[in-house]
Design a protein around this ligand. Structure first.
Ligand code: PLP
Length: 403
């Protein structure tokens, strides 16, 4: 028996473990201090009442012989696939419900989709990056190229026609930078994918934070994307489902790549086969909750929660603007990505901020080399903590660097 030694090529996943460790050490040494955490990418507001009521009703159905359900369709119940297709239709994007696959979240899907790809494909990810794209491909032994995202390109790398990739990951609005591609920029990626006969994997986990109707929330708003892209999305940030677990992947019927004999293989058919073989579906109760999130009433409640987080983001962004600190994101995203003050590197700034004002964020270096001088704060905290953290931040900058 031989183990998959590609796992040995993974870097230690120490980012959040290390920030938690440094924070708990600090708290143990300074128990009198109030530490404010703005590092986590997890929601804090409770589920919408419409969602909870739908899940309670569904749970009650499961307790009655007449309405009990066992295994459901692996790819999701029609009621939810239809609700998601309607959610896209309202934005003018035509998706057939049979192209929607319900799952337990975008993290699983962005990882599981790699089952469909040959090992010798070249993968391109942005740097900085959501680490799941990198690690799941390292586990499969694929070569990874990095597209530099930096201050010069607004953390939105565009295709380089001199570089070939077979699979390109795009995350917009981006984690960790909060940057959002416009339609022209995404169209450039679609053109690139067609020319290179490549596949775009578009992660739309934060689409619900986009407030400008001119900005794309789906890759399928771009003409031609149905022939070259898969979209991943999730109710985690849209409807506060991080603990409840429900996501979906859209694989268009047109998406096909030639086999060794040149015959087209349907990606949707392959994903269906993969899911029906390795996955037994999301719980009925959760799918009913998700369906309720897409109802008019549910969406209104979810939008209220997102507006609350976006107000926190605005408070952080306004503070940085006032202090003249360059930043990205914070408008159509719960993430604010700023240049570390005092010319510090991100881990140094993590320690400095914790020590000086007792505020915790996430060092940019944890997302890639281009994050070395950047820092991520999130808008998922309480209003009180966000406001207090920014008051402390102002004082820290006004006081100048302490040696
Ligand atoms: N994609 C991105 C870019 C994320 O930031 C996250 C979570 O933080 C996910 C996917 C995971 O989403 P889910 O909770 O649906 O697994």
């Amino acid at each position: 028996m031989k183990l998959n030694e590609n796992y040995l090529n993974l870097q230690q996943n120490y980012l959040f473990a290390e920030t938690a460790h440094r924070t708990s050490d600090y708290i143990a040494a300074h128990p009198e201090q109030k530490v404010i955490r703005l590092g986590i990418g997890d929601v804090t507001l409770p589920l919408a009442q419409t969602v909870v009521a739908a899940m309670e009703k569904a749970a009650a159905e499961m307790g009655e012989a007449a309405t009990f359900r066992g295994y459901g369709p692996e790819q999701g119940y029609d009621f939810l696939r239809n609700a998601i297709a309607d959610y896209y239709a309202k934005r003018g994007v035509a998706i057939d419900p049979s192209e929607v696959f319900i799952t337990d979240g975008a993290k699983s899907d962005t990882g599981n989709i790699t089952d469909l790809f040959a090992q010798d494909n070249v993968v391109m990810v942005p740097d900085p990056v959501y680490p799941v794209y990198v690690d799941t491909n390292i586990m499969n032994g694929r070569k990874i190229l990095y597209a530099d995202a930096d201050k010069e390109n607004g953390f939105l790398p565009l295709p380089d026609e001199n570089v070939h990739a077979d699979i390109v990951y795009i995350c917009s609005p981006n984690n960790p930078t909060g940057a959002v591609y416009n339609k022209e920029q995404l169209a450039a990626w679609v053109v690139y994918a067609k020319k290179e006969k490549a596949l775009l994997l578009f992660d739309a986990a934060y689409e619900a934070f986009v407030g400008d109707t001119e900005l794309p929330r789906s890759i399928f708003e771009i003409p031609g994307a149905r022939e070259c892209a898969i979209e991943f999305c999730s109710l985690s940030k849209t409807a506060g489902f991080t603990g409840t677990r429900c996501g979906y992947t859209i694989v268009p019927k047109e998406l096909a790549f030639p086999d060794a004999c040149g015959n087209p293989l349907s990606v949707r058919q392959m994903w269906l086969r993969r899911q029906t073989t390795k996955f037994n579906g999301v719980s009925y109760v959760i799918q009913r909750g998700a369906e309720a999130a897409f109802s008019e009433e549910g969406m209104a409640e979810c939008r209220g929660n997102i507006a609350f987080y976006k107000e926190n983001a605005k408070i952080i962004a306004e503070t940085l603007t006032e202090l003249g600190i360059p930043f990205f994101g914070g408008i159509h995203s719960p993430y604010i990505w700023f240049e570390c003050p005092f010319g510090m590197e991100s881990w140094e700034f993590f320690d400095y901020m914790l020590d000086t004002i007792q505020v915790v964020g996430t060092p940019g270096a944890g997302f890639g080399k281009n994050g070395t001088h950047y820092f991520r704060l999130t808008a998922f905290g309480s209003r009180e903590n966000t406001t207090e953290a920014m008051e402390r931040f102002r004082d820290m900058i006004a006081g100048g660097k302490k040696e």
